[in-house]
Design a protein around this ligand. Structure first.
Ligand SMILES: C[S@@+](CC[C@H](N)C(=O)[O-])C[C@H]1O[C@@H](n2cnc3c(N)ncnc32)[C@H](O)[C@@H]1O
Length: 284
């Protein structure tokens, strides 16, 4: 989220020169704003929090992000710097609500378009496996916005699993989603083999390693895999092509057909670093 008024409001508190050092963008998840600050602004973090809350009434809590997303659960360090002292909130998106604790689970509001883009492709009666589901965002957006028959929603983080279960109830999609706790690479081959029309893999860090499980989840006649990956490139135009070359070499000769239906840059994640998605048709 980018807010011109934020710097203006902050400059009234700490002066224009310092205020100009703040990043222009920050995320808002439910009632919580998350911001990163350069070293020079850390002594002014309370003023930053005050300015953020003054420009947007929705923001009741401000958290300072002090690490990148890391570890198997994809968590980041978030320190409280203003407003109500909480890390839990309810975020609204695509006609759905997601309750979550930002310290304990992964969530990005920046994937909102992507979640709906996938949901729009789902045909009536489809069975879907979401291998890295977090608090259930893709699974719930799909269930609420399509006529999918069933979504299997897997996560290895017990806290994400717990929130996913309560989000399924909050969104009244209990009959359409089965929430599973564990390692998708083990769960899929043991209980979800050959059942899916579509597999969602929203964890770029693991998607390469988990491709064999994704292919195993597909029905014998094949289906679609939404494959997310991170790539670096000087020109963003080459990203889809590079991702396609990579995924073809990974799947190799293990399938009878592989075809690229669509590919797009999802977002920039650093200097010359991007998240990319490919929608791949695969026949086993
Ligand atoms: C990037 S987040 C998922 C984002 C989510 N789909 C969304 O839209 O908010 C990746 C998730 O994968 C989970 N994860 C990591 N390794 C896993 C594994 N082996 N099996 C299942 N889930 C895993 C993490 O706990 C994390 O919640």
């Amino acid at each position: 989220m980018i807010r011109g008024g934020f710097r203006k409001s902050l400059s009234e508190l700490i002066g224009e020169e310092l205020a100009s050092l703040t990043p222009r963008s920050f995320d808002v998840v439910g009632n919580i704003a998350i911001i990163k600050l350069p070293e020079s602004l850390l002594p002014h973090k309370q003023a930053v929090a005050k300015a953020l809350m003054s420009i947007n009434r929705q923001i009741r809590t401000v958290l300072l992000q002090t690490s990148n997303v890391n570890g198997p659960f994809r968590l980041r360090k978030l320190g409280w710097i203003g407003g109500i002292r909480t890390w839990e909130t309810v975020h609204k998106e695509n006609g759905c609500v997601f309750k979550l604790d930002l310290r304990r689970v992964y969530f990005s509001p920046r994937l909102s378009y992507e979640r709906m883009r996938v949901a729009r492709q789902v045909r009536p009666g489809e069975v879907i496996v979401n291998m890295f589901a977090g608090v259930g965002c893709f699974s719930i957006v799909i269930s609420k916005n399509s006529r999918a028959e069933k979504v299997y929603s897997i996560d290895i983080n017990p806290e994400a699993w717990r929130y996913a279960k309560s989000n399924v109830l909050l969104n009244r999609v209990k009959d359409k989603i089965k929430v599973l706790l564990g390692d998708a690479d083990r769960i899929v081959p043991s209980v979800l083999k050959g059942i899916a029309h579509r597999v969602v893999m929203p964890l770029p860090m693991l998607s390469d390693k988990s491709i064999p499980a994704a292919v195993e989840a597909l029905r014998p006649e094949g289906g679609i895999i939404h494959y997310y990956t991170h790539l670096s490139a000087d020109r963003s135009e080459v990203l889809v092509h590079s991702a396609w070359i990579k995924v073809r070499s990974l799947i190799g000769d293990s399938v009878s057909l592989i075809d690229l239906k669509e590919g797009r840059r999802v977002r920039s994640i650093g200097p010359r670093q991007y998240q990319v998605v490919l929608d791949i048709q695969v026949r086993r």
